[in-house]
Design a protein around this ligand. Structure first.
Ligand code: MAN
Length: 348
């Protein structure tokens, strides 16, 4: 299928070998799904770094954080009858769910938006506390006034929810705790208040009735969220038939709030689409693309840690030019350009 993305010729911009592990006992398995912001004249990525140990034949190793807060490696023979390992991302062992990798976030910057590097100093944001014991992932960054809001997936054996940290200087962070409890992820706060209130998109998952849908919430302070409304559902028979989730903060256009989102089908193939929300009342969905705007097509999108994936949660807007940064095949960080007007013309 053809899409309307103009991929960077330099893709992939970042690969696992470009980043040093957080701990010499670990190996960087994949880099994915960066949040994006601009600060002090540079473009910054908040890259998710997923780590484990080097694997060997006939056993599976997976990292866990023990009660003392240290990373421990569990080893299980692949033929263990108590092991279910048919998804590269998650496994079940003795009835318990585990992640195959542990993720933290790493800050990288760039002068030109194409060549990213880790500046001197501490660039690591790691999970903290019992609700982040299995790591933190897929950070969205929203700037409102002088404060940056970081919403990210917080994983532990209690479940998968949305954590919030705020900062003004990217050196000190305020931990606001879990703002949306399990199961919830893909939370993006709008970059402006509407009628005095904060708004956010988020993605709870309902296991029996309902599904993996995008919801809208409002808040007086960016921390306490309520008045939840379901606004975008998966669509049977289409590329987004199984799950949908918001990308980065919606883009304000004169026609409405434009949101780039990901959708996956039953085969776990992830594409990007778009929808438009009313400027004054974002619970009103004005239109949505039937076709995806981006489909995995390049070798680095089709095969990797988890192939056939393009996933975005960060971008830079300059007039009509939208540059998205995205995770490809759950292993590489890439970039692509879009025209906002061309995306708007695909809305139905
Ligand atoms: C899914 C995937 C994984 C992720 C877990 C927890 O299984 O998105 O990459 O680690 O959810 O968020």
């Amino acid at each position: 299928m053809k899409d309307i993305a103009r991929r960077f010729p330099e893709n992939p911009l970042l690969m696992p070998k470009d980043i040093t592990p957080s701990n010499p006992a670990l190996k960087v398995i994949s880099l994915l799904n960066p949040g994006v912001f601009t600060f002090e004249g540079k473009i910054w990525l908040v890259v998710r770094v997923a780590e484990s140990t080097a694997q060997k034949e006939s056993v599976i190793y997976f990292p866990i954080v023990n009660e003392a807060g240290q990373t421990e490696i569990i080893e299980v023979p692949l033929n263990d009858p108590d092991l279910i390992a048919n998804d590269a991302r998650v496994i079940k062992y003795k009835g318990q769910d585990y992640l195959t990798t542990l993720s933290h976030l790493r800050l990288l910057c760039s002068e030109d938006g194409r060549h990213f590097y880790e500046p001197d100093g501490n660039n690591m944001l790691a999970g903290k506390g019992i609700q982040e014991q299995f790591g933190i992932e897929d950070c969205r960054v929203t700037k409102i006034e002088d404060t940056y809001y970081l919403t990210y997936t917080a994983v532990s054996d209690n479940g998968v929810g949305v954590g919030l940290r705020t900062t003004t200087d990217w050196i000190s962070f305020k931990h606001k705790g879990m703002i949306l409890p399990p199961h919830n992820k893909d939370c993006a706060i709008f970059e402006e208040k509407i009628n005095g209130k904060f708004y956010a998109l988020h993605r709870p998952s309902s296991v029996e009735i309902g599904g993996n849908y995008i919801w809208l919430a409002e808040s007086p302070d960016g921390v306490h969220w309520g008045n939840h409304q379901c606004i975008i559902k998966s669509r049977a028979g289409l590329w987004d038939s199984t799950r949908v989730g918001a990308g980065a903060a919606p883009i304000k256009t004169k026609h409405g709030w434009l949101e780039i989102y990901h959708g996956a089908n039953g085969a776990n193939q992830y594409c990007l689409g778009a929808f438009l929300l009313d400027l004054n009342d974002p619970s009103k969905v004005l239109s949505r693309t039937t076709q995806p705007i981006m489909v995995p097509t390049e070798p680095y999108e089709l095969s990797g840690f988890f192939g056939y994936v393009v996933f975005t949660n960060g971008h830079v807007v300059d007039g009509d030019a939208l540059t998205i940064y995205y995770g490809a095949a759950d292993e590489f960080v890439c970039g692509a350009h879009f025209s906002i007007n061309q995306i708007l013309s695909m809305l139905e």
